[in-house]
Design a protein around this ligand. Sequence first.
Ligand code: AMP
Length: 568
Amino acid sequence: MSRLGFNLMDLEVLTSNAKQIQDDVLKEILTLNANTEYLQRFLNGSSDKELFKKNVPVVTYDDVKPYIERVANGEPSNIISGNSITGFFESSGTSGGKHKIFPMNNNYFENMMQHKALSSTIISRHLHGAKQGKEMMFCFTRPLVKTPSGLPVSGALSSFFKSEYFKNQPSTLYTSPIDVTLCTDNKQSMYCHILCGLVQRSEVTSISAIFASTLVQAINFLETHWKELCSNIQFGHVSEWITDDNCKEAVSLILAGPNPELANLIDYECDQKSWEGIITRLWPKAKFMGCIVTGSMVQYIPTLDFYSNKLPIFSMIYGSSETIFGINMDPSCKPHDVSYTCLPNMSYFEFKRVDEENNYEIVDLVDVKLGCCYELLVTNYYGLHRHRIGDILEVTGFYNSAPQFRFIRRKEMVLSIQTEITTEEHLLKAINDATLVLESSNLMLMDNTCYDDISTNPGHYVFYWELKPKNVNGVERDNEVLVKCCCVMEESLSRLYRVFRSKDGSIGPLEIRVVQQGTFDSLMYFFVSRGSSISQYKTPVCIKSSEALAVLEDNVVDRVFSDKCPSL
Ligand code: AMP
């Protein structure tokens, strides 16, 4: 089968032969890389699977960083990869707080195209006509940065959007011309994405971004810019501050002269007291939203539901800078139930058991067990071997012989004051429970993060919340609801947390610090200024960097504490 499988038949073949394909992938990678400086140490030129499992160590990024940096600094690719390394992907750096660069080549883009094609087919089968019309897709790129040896460094998605693979797709697929995506000033790019989407509103059948948070940002942006957007449509002129020439020219062509009628209609909808359902009011033919809503993105589901009158959300892809991993075969399932079916031709995958103490077993893809949790290890085509991505996944089923996984959490995301370990999963559950309390109020949680504050005695958990009233002229914030949220969150944390908090008193009351609107945008721009790519940006579930904390602290407008101890 060609590496560019495009249809459901290919998917059947891929998932029915997972074991054979995985073995072939490993063989291919080892044959290619056996003589690299890195593998030579462990395999002596062999491409034998058993020897690989026995001798090649499971590694973290820090273990391979020196090798990667040597290539970035101009030494030959074959230190780590048999294939030539044509550039590096920079991971978003927001989850682990560390910047990482990963070697890449075009094979990643081919996999991305294959994934796109398969997703499209799955969606069309599920929702008839969904892929007719145009997609309003919020995608962004960053200015080119180069390694000392002149190789390009960029986020995986940014590189993909700049690649010929993406550019060569028919221009009729998207509302935005490619120049809007290629404009590296993200504010100009966001403005133009929305403007093009509004002008072509009657053709828009889907609205998408890689992550749900980007769609929420787009709505916030629309809220602050709709008057200007309407004026641009009314007079057929793009605002002066859109200074990127290519972008301005391409968008002007789409504007195609004054359209006061459309401007009035948009003005009317945006001027309503409540923005409930604004997405479906502005884009009435939209059949679904496409974006990742699993993992740390679950927190944006209520907000998207509110703004879209519960338009279906399809969360299709699970991947990272190291590899693309899986696809959602059942877009109709509830966002909270999404599992990703592993695509066995993307990389060689291994799984390290995490839910049993002292179980260090590492198994192949087809040997994972239903209901068990594993840490994902990746061996890819560009020089990473048995690499710990840092994600924990749970096996939820099988599609043919390919296992399906639910994303559980990032491995290193923990808060701890005493010896309790609060994982990303605990935190997301706590937030989810708190948003149920918020539902009865006029407030929506737009974004949040947290940290363990040990500067107080006893130390305590601090959550930063950006809130927004559901109605434009919302009533004053009711702090009692927020106190209740603090209590509910404490109730949903682990038993050990509750013991330290209620029995020992060695953890202090949980605190919510309300920040002013726009704070999380500032946080994002802080990370973007540090090299994160806006398309890949995910608000960190918890913050470790003191500089990032300072951005939040500067914007705190209120503090609320839990007023009772959680039950034991
Ligand atoms: P990056 O390498 O910066 O693109 O970040 C990749 C990380 O994003 C993954 O390792 C996951 O932790 C997270 N991620 C990507 N896709 C998903 C998904 N569908 N659900 C949950 N988390 C995801």
